[in-house]
Design a protein around this ligand. Structure first.
Ligand code: F6P
Length: 522
């Protein structure tokens, strides 16, 4: 890459390997690519059927074949006049009916019109959910917190470790707290355990059973389970099985976003996602941002065998984006079986990791610069800060750009010697190989619109890669077995049942015995 950038045609390279779409600017020139590489990668995308599968998704086909479901999170962010259908029936009226209810509810809570059981306004909202019912809205609320205004404080509780809920409740006043139980299935162990404990907290604090209604709302596809839990379906916001959990922040799962930053901002988020959808569905492959990013990922994963990739947002507001991306990519594409049941013929999703810059520079960037394996990095940065403190943002951006430059250029032994260094061992340690790839993605500001476009970009990138690997990006069978095995172990830990001889392997059996002893159930 160093040589390519030293050539007279370097500016042309940047021009050629950069793209703008939906308010995002992508510079992908610092990659190990030539025009021919990109042409061949685009040919691969085409031959793998990316345009065909994309069109099938937009047409509402059951592309989630193993669960026999359509995949239409794109309909959630489409205008009311869009024509998305599932099994021949338009889904738009139902989507917009729920959006209307979300608008009314969020405005009532934010204005103080919706009150707790003693008539006081709601100051705190807890979203109880996990996975897709947590990571997306949590990340968006964090990213847009500068727009919260007088809205309620948002809290997110996901883990079944009671510490999380207990620490959250410690700080809250039951008279002014609203709980959103957010679960697609409304059967998830962690969410139901936390929801039951939250309900008990209200009761213990003197809230009568019939007063709980002012303090609970639900988001789910499962009306019966919501009713059985004791939440009035009038306080339930519906969504549908053709939305995957990790793609659901655009649905009523986003009610916490509307509560935190207002419904208008939530709508702008949808519009940003819609702008990326329009780009993805119409731009030619070579100018299509999700396709280009997706195929660069394939290039490094499959042609260079790079096992991980790093997401480095240079923005504290976007600090939860890597965690969101982990579920999006690894739950979607962490698969080993192709659509036809055969084993995959190439490696699938890399391990995704990362955190906000500049923090990562003082932790793990050493490995990215000089480690023995190469890690492609996606740098993401807003050109202007959501919150102003003089001088800070230029320092932040300077470091972001410098990291990408250092990764690409490296530093040679000759350059070090030219500074007067003579100790060859020292020089060996101070050499940077360079030639390490990165993308840089910029947006003017972090707004609901640009954030919506960014999320949709990575959703579609994930989809593109799944198509190339010929896997189903929309199921998650791999999460099942552990859940099934946890049930009897929980019974054994609580001493409600003992393990039959040989039920567990020796290691697991001994761990259970230790825990039972610690819990006093031996
Ligand atoms: O266990 C994984 C998973 O099924 C995710 O796919 C999902 O986002 C999460 O659990 C939460 O599921 P639910 O919204 O049904 O509670």
């Amino acid at each position: 890459m160093r040589e390519w950038f030293a050539a007279g045609s370097a500016e042309q390279r940047v021009e050629q390997f950069s793209l703008e779409a939906a308010g995002l600017y992508l510079d992908y020139s610092k990659n190990r690519i030539t025009p021919q590489t990109m042409a061949l990668l685009m040919q691969l995308a085409d031959e793998a059927g990316v345009p065909k599968r994309r069109d099938a998704m937009f047409a509402g086909d059951h592309i989630n074949a193993t669960e026999d479901r359509a995949v239409l999170h794109i309909a959630l962010r489409a205008g009311a006049d869009a024509t998305f259908k599932v099994d021949g029936k338009s889904v738009m009226p139902a989507i917009h009916a729920v959006l209307d209810r979300m608008r009314v509810f969020s405005q009532r809570v934010r204005s103080g019109d919706w009150t707790g059981f003693t008539g006081k306004r709601i100051t705190d909202v807890i979203n109880i959910g996990i996975g897709g019912s947590d990571l997306g809205p949590r990340m968006v609320c964090r990213a847009l917190s500068h727009l919260a205004g007088n809205g309620p404080r948002m809290h997110f509780v996901s883990n079944v470790d009671g510490t999380e809920l207990a620490e959250c409740l410690e700080r809250l006043d039951p008279e002014q707290t609203l709980v959103i139980v957010c679960s697609k299935t409304f059967t998830t162990l962690e969410t139901m355990a936390n929801a039951c404990s939250a309900r008990q907290w209200f009761l213990d604090k003197g809230v009568a059973k019939d007063q709980l209604a002012s303090h609970f709302a639900a988001v789910s596809t499962n009306v019966e389970a919501v009713r059985a839990f004791g939440i009035d379906p009038a306080h339930m916001f519906e969504f549908w099985d053709w939305i995957g959990g990790r793609f659901s922040l655009w649905s009523s799962v986003g009610i916490s976003i509307a509560l935190a930053v207002g419904f208008d901002a939530f709508e702008d988020l949808l519009i940003g996602g819609r702008a990326m959808d329009a780009h993805f569905s119409s731009a030619p492959l070579a100018q299509n941002m999700p396709v280009v990013l997706g195929m660069l990922g394939i290039w490094y994963r499959n042609f260079f065998g790079m096992p991980t990739s790093c997401m480095a947002p240079y923005s504290t507001s976007l600090e939860l984006f890597p965690a969101f991306l982990q579920q999006l990519e690894m739950e979607s594409n962490g698969k080993s079986v192709q659509l036809d049941g055969r084993h995959v013929r190439a490696h699938t999703a890399p391990v995704v990791w990362g955190s906000a810059g500049t923090n990562g520079q003082h932790a793990y960037f050493q490995l990215i610069h000089q480690g023995s394996q190469i890690v492609p990095v996606d740098f993401v940065a807003p050109l202007r800060p959501p919150r102003q403190l003089p001088g800070h943002h230029a320092k932040l951006l300077a470091n972001c750009f410098a990291q990408a430059e250092a990764l690409m250029l490296g530093r040679t032994a000759e350059e070090l010697r030219a500074t007067g260094l003579t100790d060859e061992i020292r020089i060996a340690h101070m050499v940077f190989e360079g030639n390490r790839p990165s993308n840089t993605l910029l947006m003017q500001d972090i707004t609901p619109h640009t954030l919506g476009a960014l999320i949709a970009l990575y959703e579609h990138r994930t989809f593109v890669q799944g198509v190339v690997w010929n896997i189903n990006s929309f199921d998650q069978w791999g999460v099942e077995l552990g859940k099934i095995l946890a049930k009897p172990i929980e019974g054994e830990l609580n001493h409600a049942q003992s393990a039959a001889a040989g039920q567990h392997d020796a290691s697991t059996g001994s761990l259970i015995a230790r825990a039972r002893a610690a819990l006093g159930n031996a």
